[in-house]
Design a binder for this molecule. Sequence first.
Ligand SMILES: *Cc1c(COP(=O)(O)O)cnc(C)c1O
Length: 411
Amino acid sequence: MTAPTTNLPATTPVTRQTFDEVMVPTYAPSTLVPVRAKGLDVWDQNGRQYLDFTAGIAVTSLGHCHPDVVHTLQQQAEKLWHVGNGYTNEPVLELARTLVAATFADRTFFCNSGAEANEAALKLARKYAAKNGHTHKTRIISCVNSFHGRTLFTVSVGGQPKYTEGFGPLPADLTHIAFNDIEAARAAIGDDVCAVMVEPIQGEGGVMPATTEYLQALRDLCNQHGALLIFDEVQCGMGRTGQLFAYMGYGVTPDILTSAKALGNGYPIGAMLTTNTVAAALVVGTHGTTYGGNPLAASVALTVLRTINVPSFLLRVKHASKTLILALQNLAQTYPHILGEVRGSGLLLGIQLTPGYAGRAKEITKLAEDQGLMLLIAGPDVLRFAPALIVSDEQIAVAADRLRAALAQIA
Ligand SMILES: *Cc1c(COP(=O)(O)O)cnc(C)c1O
């Protein structure tokens, strides 16, 4: 047997170009390659500093390398990583107990991502109906422009046809309705519906908050037709709106809530929360995952949850939100031909581009990056702001200055 060809010498540096050579081409990452980060500061391969207003897509809500989170991970890494579902573990039990105490829920299921949390929620909704003898209740209602993840089930429930193109046949009995349209909901939700899934604030779909009336109408229609209401809080939960979960601000309680993203501050974990009655459908063997709720992920999430779910922390998010909204509205006044409405909640904010600049959000974020500001888009026409929740007023001012410089270039 011939020896395998040797690896490239370790001295050959990897660059952005390497991505195009060895990665599946499903992403188009920026030219900057981050190597190190602290708080909201990110440094690239050339040692250049950037201010991060993306938080890794609303994930690193306590900032990069938060000392308590790093400490927790280091401590747990020396203790116990993984045991499998034949055993439970202390961190996951603490995490579950803390989530249950903080929310409407009685029960939790842990997994590794937002898509998996939603997959669990959707499967549970079908199982719950079947277990209760309602075999005709298979339909799932969701909203146009929603985003629920990339597994076949969640991407099909998501309301963006471009993401399911070419992946058919898709799961059956899914209906998409216009977001925030109560009449459309009334027309679609009948006795064959097992669940309605909705993001209280559509994130990927353009930073569109639901109205309270809409969520309350969904709640009432679900009650009327024996359907479960599922809130996807993967992006808008975990303190992002200034409430631990967005439903708390709306005063409308779901039957199932999903969380991920900021729950682990960058360590992969997802959670599905539900009530005793609904959870009872997932008897032994009906659902599972190898890594879900492992001690490493659970210990990190517990520290994150304990840090975020503190009144003074959440109040600061609301203050920072006001400061950021004012700064963005100020920019919109300077550049009214580019920037339209500022919307969203807490530190999940979006600016709609004017029709004259439609489709140019990505271009603007590239120019902002040149000025040292990392930004997100939410579709082709919306700039999205999702900084770490620890963002300071000074950092908001710097971000506004850098974005102003970027807008000056395109104007
Ligand atoms: C990001 C996101 C998901 C998917 O989460 P993954 O961890 O990428 O699977 C689902 N729902 C919403 C609202 C999201 O923003």
